[in-house]
Ligand binder design. Structure first.
Ligand code: AMP
Length: 216
């Protein structure tokens, strides 16, 4: 079987995490989120977390060097043999080149990119109503997918919080960084015949159906 090596592209809050989780369960390949890995490192206070924390809270991008090691180590694990879904990586053209190098080195096929297209104003309203569990990482939306009891995580009972980087001024900065650094990746993958674009502003189940149709 051809490996299912995929990257999800799209602005912060486009639904990459939500779609990646569903696809991961359906395709039986791991969901690899560099944002989740970094947040875990921050929670645990590891050297990586200590270096990444301030940059993440300001809405900027952590340096490529800090990401390369963790991405390579993760992709080398056995569960990535049948494929993987990268969410939040690559985030700029140099990370796309680094990823190509890692895949070659590991003897893996090149990735296909699935891009979720969502307008900036939709992103701002989605992210400001997002709430996250600081303990287990579960994600809710106070409007579209609230927890069973308000403000409390269904999975572990911890009080939900608004991520530092989901505050409106930081969201605007993340969008600015996205347009400057990450959006050029669409053209990068398009020129390799490896870009699939899907509208991302519908209901999660409709977006999932369109993504599945696009990847075939
Ligand atoms: P995310 O959950 O993907 O929105 O990531 C949250 C934050 O983690 C981003 O705003 C960045 O500060 C950092 N981050 C995640 N992935 C990367 C990456 N590939 N390169 C640089 N920074 C990243």
């Amino acid at each position: 079987m051809t490996a299912r090596n995929m990257v999800l592209l799209g602005p912060p809050g486009a639904g990459k995490g939500t779609q990646a989780k569903e696809l991961s369960a359906r395709l039986g390949v791991p969901h690899i989120s560099t944002g989740d890995m970094l947040r875990e490192a921050v929670r645990e206070g590891t050297p990586l977390g200590l270096k990444a924390k301030a940059v993440m809270e300001s809405g900027g991008l952590v340096s490529d060097e800090l990401l390369t090691g963790i991405v390579k180590e993760r992709l080398a694990k056995g569960d990535c043999g049948p494929g993987f879904i990268l969410d939040g990586y690559p985030r700029n053209l140099s990370q796309a080149a680094i990823l190509e190098g890692i895949l070659k080195e590991l003897g893996k096929e090149a990735v296909r990119a699935v891009e979720l297209e969502v307008a900036d104003e939709v992103i701002v309203s989605r992210l400001s109503s997002r709430r996250s569990c600081p303990s287990c990482g579960a994600v809710y939306n106070v409007v579209t997918s609230p927890p069973k009891s308000p403000g409390v995580c269904d999975k572990c009972g911890t009080s939900l919080t608004l991520r530092e980087d989901d505050k409106e001024d930081v969201i605007r900065e993340r969008l600015r960084v996205y347009h400057e650094k990450t959006a050029p990746l669409s053209q990068h993958f398009r020129s390799r015949g490896a870009l699939l674009s899907v509208p991302g502003d519908g209901r999660p189940e409709d977006v999932l159906r369109d993504v599945q149709k696009a990847i075939g």
